[in-house]
Design a binder for this molecule. Structure first.
Ligand SMILES: Cc1ncc(COP(=O)(O)O)c(C=O)c1O
Length: 397
């Protein structure tokens, strides 16, 4: 078999989300930033907040007081202990520090898991629409991404029958993501149970991306690991990925973690060791401060109020379709009133050129959302209010 990898990575097209942002920057450069007001930016999944003060202080104190040496590949034991406590408290299942490894964000956790498990030509089932990186990461590990649909007709939930039809002897892993990017959908408990059953029945690894586990408004986030006894969890099929990026506005710090069986964590730790040795102690101390420090619901309250504002505008302008239960995203159907077909990429470029608003075309996330755009609700409230009004008017023009 031909080794996948280098050539696939070289030829990988930039996704539409990256392209629209690059285009916006180029446009600002060419037209002169002083003649063109800054666009309303509703494309990126980046919290608008600064990392809380106590977290930043912990990092500074570490620089002042501690030796910054190499550290253990899977993370410092004191942070792993805190993570085990957090998983029990927030995610509701029992693990120990040996079930955890600290990674370079959720991104690093997913890539490490893929590198540990996926062999050349293995197929990995990923949602459509999904966070664009899965596709690139699977390709990078030599695997083949196979998309399963999350259809708007089913409330952006998967269809087990369709999943059954995609399994073949080369299928090795199922990736699920809830609360979900880009839909904002929080999968109900029974759907998680069915997906777990499906993965175990076909002897697949189940990689559960729970990076938005604490950004949930109405529903409760349920991890597939909660359905397993500690012994069943140690069988090793289920891996759960978490991140500090979104919960604590720490995107640039690059820290997350993976929770899996002790045996799997041993393999993953070896992969981490060969990949980047360890995450900086400064960042790990900051993460420890995030877990032990004062908890404020301010960010969550703001995201909820932004979502509610967005939904009020969508209802008033007759564009409401569903209520995202978590994350800070929603997908908006851009079909015009005459029902003529529309393509999200063309729409997003026209919106930028004519209304100076950046959104993420649904085509960034696969094929299913090609007549949708993703709106990120992390922007300042006035940008959300004005931006969504303008987008709706643009759809109806
Ligand atoms: C669904 C999903 N998973 C994982 C990540 C990775 O986040 P990070 O590497 O910052 O933890 C993101 C980031 O946007 C995401 O949306």
């Amino acid at each position: 078999m031909v080794k996948r990898g280098i050539s696939d990575m070289y030829h990988m097209p930039a996704n539409d989300l990256r392209l629209i942002n690059m285009y916006a920057q180029q446009r600002a450069r060419e037209q002169g930033e002083h003649t063109l007001p800054a666009p309303i930016a509703l494309a990126l999944g980046e919290p608008h907040f600064r990392t809380p003060e106590h977290i930043r202080s912990a990092a500074l104190k570490t620089i002042q007081d501690e030796e910054i040496t190499y550290g253990p590949a899977g993370g410092w034991p004191w942070l792993k202990e805190l993570i085990a406590e957090k998983v029990k408290r927030v995610n509701g299942y029992d693990i120990t520090a040996e079930n955890t490894a600290i990674t370079m964000g959720g991104t690093g956790a997913i890539q490490t898991a893929l590198n540990a498990i996926i062999e050349n030509g293995d197929e990995v089932l990923i949602p459509d629409p999904a966070w664009p990186q899965y596709h690139a990461q699977i390709t990078c590990s030599g695997g083949i991404p196979v998309r399963y649909a999350l259809s708007p007709m089913r409330g952006w939930l998967p269809d087990l029958e369709q999943l059954e039809g995609l399994v073949n002897p080369r299928t090795r892993m199922l990736i699920i993501n809830t609360p979900a990017n880009p839909t904002g959908r929080v999968f109900p408990q029974h759907v998680i149970a069915e997906l777990l059953h499906f993965a175990l029945h076909h002897d697949l690894y189940l990689l559960s991306d729970e990076c938005y586990d604490e950004i949930v408004f109405d529903d409760k986030h349920v991890s597939p690991a909660t359905f397993l006894t500690p012994q069943e969890f140690e069988a090793g099929n289920v891996l759960c990925v978490y991140s500090f990026s979104k919960t604590y506005a720490m995107t640039g710090w690059r820290i997350g973690y993976i929770v899996a069986s002790k045996e799997m964590i041993r393999t993953i730790t070896h992969v981490l060791d060969s990949d980047h040795t360890n995450i900086s102690k400064i960042v790990q101390r900051a993460a420890a401060a995030a877990l032990t420090g004062p908890r404020s619901d301010e960010m969550l309250a703001v995201y909820r109020s932004h979502r509610d504002l967005a939904l009020t505008i969508l209802q008033r302008t007759h564009h409401y379709a569903y209520t995202p239960g978590g994350t800070f995203y929603l997908l908006l159907d851009i079909t015009p009133p005459d029902g003529l077909p529309v393509h999200a990429r063309d729409f997003a470029y026209a919106l930028l050129c004519e209304r100076n608003i950046i959104v993420a075309p649904g085509t960034s996330f696969g094929h299913v959302a090609s007549k949708y755009v993703r709106i990120s609700l992390t922007a300042p409230v006035e940008d959300i209010a004005h931006g969504i009004e303008e987008i709706c008017a643009f759809i109806d023009r």
